[in-house]
Design a protein around this ligand. Structure first.
Ligand code: PGA
Length: 258
């Protein structure tokens, strides 16, 4: 049985003081993550320490980074490596978010290199895939997502693939307030599991957590999380406030206990 994963992607928001304030507010809402639910918060690099410290007070909250480089070390000004994340206690890393693909020239090839490096270093990669609005309108969304998945996971063994979290984030739903319908989310998640079954096998595909991302919030979380193949959310805007973030954690907990 897969756990839910409720993951916050803070993007370029929340400095150290705001991060500390977020975690004290979150600790007032929840002292322990509900059974069957994993919680992850991914702040910006400079807020990672404050987040690790804040997460100490709530049992079961993981802290992740939003990006890393695929090389071990060296002359890569402005970059950060997997060992540096490991050293301070980071356990997850978001790879290939559509904003990284769109604004920072990330490609399926760099996404693949980063995913492999994260796995080699024992970090859990949250590999992001998702189509543009024009691609959905042209009815190419399944092909695009398949290509991103297959290329992103190239030369990764079944054992390692089982450790990867996939986030399906239709680009047209990110930060727009427009959410995929539960039908659209379920349809794509089922398809992703089908592709993973083809590439690996049914048991690896069944074990992997598939997150939906794109304007998830406390109002729509329940119907999205209720979809058979949706195992959680990668949440931007609604993860920045402790009350909305904790509401979605509680929703996942309630669905698990039913
Ligand atoms: P959003 O962002 O929830 O603000 O749409 C999601 C994401 O980009 O991961």
């Amino acid at each position: 049985m897969r756990n839910y994963l409720i993951a916050g992607n803070w993007k370029m928001n929340q400095n150290t003081a705001e991060t500390a304030a977020f975690f004290s507010a979150l600790a007032n809402e929840i002292t322990e993550v509900p059974q069957g639910v994993d919680v992850l918060v991914c702040p910006t690099f400079t807020s990672l320490f404050a987040a690790l410290e804040g997460a100490n007070t709530i049992k079961g909250v993981h802290i992740g980074a939003q990006n890393m480089h695929f090389e071990n070390a060296g002359a890569y000004t402005g970059e950060i490596n997997a060992d540096m994340l490991n050293e301070i206690g980071i356990t997850y890393v978001i790879i290939g978010h559509s904003e990284r693909r769109q604004y920072f020239n990330e490609t399926d090839e760099t996404v693949n290199k980063k995913t492999k490096k994260a796995l080699e270093k024992g970090l859990v990669p949250v590999l992001c895939v998702g189509e543009l609005l024009s691609e959905r309108k042209a009815d190419k969304h399944f092909d695009i997502v398949k290509e991103q998945l297959v290329k992103g996971l190239e030369a990764i063994s079944a054992d390692d693939a089982g450790k990867v979290v996939i986030a399906y984030e239709p680009v047209w739903a990110i930060g727009t307030g427009e959410t995929a319908t539960p039908q659209q989310a379920q349809e794509m998640h089922a398809y992703i599991r089908e592709v993973l079954t083809e590439v690996y096998n049914a048991s690896v595909a069944a074990s992997m957590q598939l997150l939906y991302g794109g304007s998830m919030n406390p109002k729509n979380a329940e119907e999205l999380l209720n979809c058979k193949d949706v195992d959680g959310g990668l949440i931007g805007g609604a993860s920045l406030k402790a009350d909305t973030f904790s509401a979605m954690i509680k929703t996942a907990g309630n669905l698990k206990s039913n």
